[in-house]
Design a protein around this ligand. Sequence first.
Ligand code: NDP
Length: 433
Amino acid sequence: RALNPNEPEFHQAVHEVLHSIGPVLDRHPEYVDAGVLERLVEPERQVIFRVPWVDDDGRLQVNRGYRVQYSSVLGPYKGGLRFHPSVNISIIKFLGFEQIFKNALTGQGIGGGKGGSNFDPHGRSDAEVMRFCQSFMNELYRHLGEHTDVPAGDIGVGGREIGYLFGQYRKITNRHESGMFTGKGIGWGGAQVRTEATGYGAVFFAQEMLAVHGESLEGKRVGISGSGNVAIYAIQKAAQLGATAVTASDSSGYVVDDAGIDVDLLRRIKEVERGRIVEYAKRRPGARFVEGGSVWEVPVDIAVPSATQNELDADGARALIANGVRAVSEGANMPSTPEAVALFQDAGVLFAPGKAANAGGVATSALEMSQNAARQRWGFDDSERRLRAIMSDIHHAAFEAAERYDVPGDYVAGANIAGFERVANAMLAQGVI
Ligand code: NDP
């Protein structure tokens, strides 16, 4: 903490992992002897840079850019870029740290990294977003490459931003290097199901947890927060699997639609018009908008928090538990506070941490990299089958690790242990670097 002051999110993420892996270190003193922990809490490299750009009124704006290249022991640094005014080094480090174990859990050859900027795309014109992305890439390009560091989207970075970022990389380097970015458009190197993968994956993970107890999603009410990339496709998959997703939100409030959220309408408002969630309630008979407030007060059987870190606190957890929630599958990264997680686990709620439940996005990014490298294009159904199998494997890895360490059903411990083991073993094999 003395080395990393004012980094509460980073401390929170590290604390959770260290807490889980204590028993692993007891059984494996070789990890301690090799200084695995001391090395893991220190990123391999952190880049912080100035991003100057000119807005539509001709005024100079300056933002701060970040890329934390956390661990390349399993493969090139891999993790998204986040554009949101709250972005700071603590948030990027926590996300990069989580990403190491998440990527390890996918079983694929990808290391951990994360980046972004405190730039806020809300209310900016397409031209402003393009100029910002170009300036951001004017520095970032020198740190990227298909064998070095492969970014993707995250909050505030979707298809539009990825297009501008990729275009500027291509221009500067004179290389059409498809594998240096994932989440690309389908027509220019992108992979089927990448857009849907994180939301679909979080719902598949909930399905896996329920199946262990002989239950299914059929007929369940699902509460989802956020209305971005992850939320939209979690809603879609829940409906396809026979459940009813009844909520969506943004930073202004939430909507409740007991008939089930109309995904086409939500997509039009959020992806095309870039509007606010209140628009949904205005256009959809029977839906209501609640300004501010907690979406977790709406009674549901399954919760898929899909907005941002620490959005589901102890009060939210108590409300969900009082209403009989059965499972929580985190679509976002660290959306539940430690107090909320403890409440869920004490109440016997099936709880899947983001690093397991939302790993479908990065796993499908690795599939995109494979297709780029092989100059292949796989179909939608084939890609979704692969995603489904990967989520099942991740569930199995976390479930099995929890059993092995005598904490059956504890997916937090299981995911941390299974991810850590793979990373630590690779670190031991590769020596002190
Ligand atoms: P988007 O930018 O597409 O959507 C984010 C949504 O969350 C928006 O509805 C946004 O509302 C809301 N939100 C963001 N910040 C806040 C906040 N501080 N308070 C309330 N609402 C907020 O992002 P994604 O859907 O891509 O990402 C959502 C989460 O999923 C993040 O935690 C991300 O790290 C995680 N994730 C994403 C992956 C992906 O493939 N995209 C992969 C793995 C994890 P508003 O517009 O009002 O800000």
